[in-house]
Design a protein around this ligand. Sequence first.
Ligand SMILES: [Zn+2]
Length: 294
Amino acid sequence: MPYDAATTIEAALVDALAARGVAGLAIRADGEVHRFDAPDKRRGNLAGWYVCPTLEVAVFGFWHTGEQQAVTLAGEHDPQAAEQARQAAERARRERLARREQEHAQAAAQARQRWEHGRPPDPGHAYLKAKEVKPYGLRQQGDTLLVPLFFNGALVNLQRIAPDGGKRFLPRARLKDTASLVGRLAGAGRVYLAEGWATAATLHEATGHPVVAAMTANNLATVARTLRQRLPSEVAITVAADNDQNTPGNPGITAAREAAQAIHADLTWPRFPCVGCACSDFNDLARCQQEGGT
Ligand SMILES: [Zn+2]
């Protein structure tokens, strides 16, 4: 894009960012990577970045969308400027990965500390009672349930569940490819893979098989691949989808089908006896049946 009117890289970058809805930045053309808030996300998101490798080239982008754009004073077909922009974008990417690794390590330390201070969970905890499940492998801190999330065998994150069912992961902790286990993998002939922890607990209770909870629909496929790699080939895997019947596109079944296809696993999802209800997972199904299909 031409920024012919601009006479400095700072001014050219300001113009280019303004066209993307980003205003009020004091540009520093010092060769370092700087972060700023993306306009389409919450304040403090710092999902935007820019770097000016020279006084003629700038690159900016957004981590959450992956897009990036080069801004040059010399004109967009200058191959040297383009190469400088490419290298600057690569450096920004590496810095971001390093920063995220550091944040993950700090959050994992916090997860371990909270977990070590956690006490045995109260089986009468409001969330467990509402979901009608036992506190398999959980701990409790205050009135908050702690669901341990593992990555490569190490505790790296916690899902904290409040009595009212409100759920939060530790901030800046690793979530991708993390999972929690209900039951024991050793000696299992079949392993289930589900989304949420309560769903996993219900499936474990109903089937006796170990159940891995991937926490989010987005995580199902990566956790499925990891599970397939780790488990002996004779161990069968069933992906137990959430049936998000009231959400357009049914993201639960869509993601579970992708995960199952990726590793040639079996796929199942809950069929609800109720009509027009809010049921969406196997835990809902278990309780829906108990209520006589209401
Ligand atoms: Zn129902």
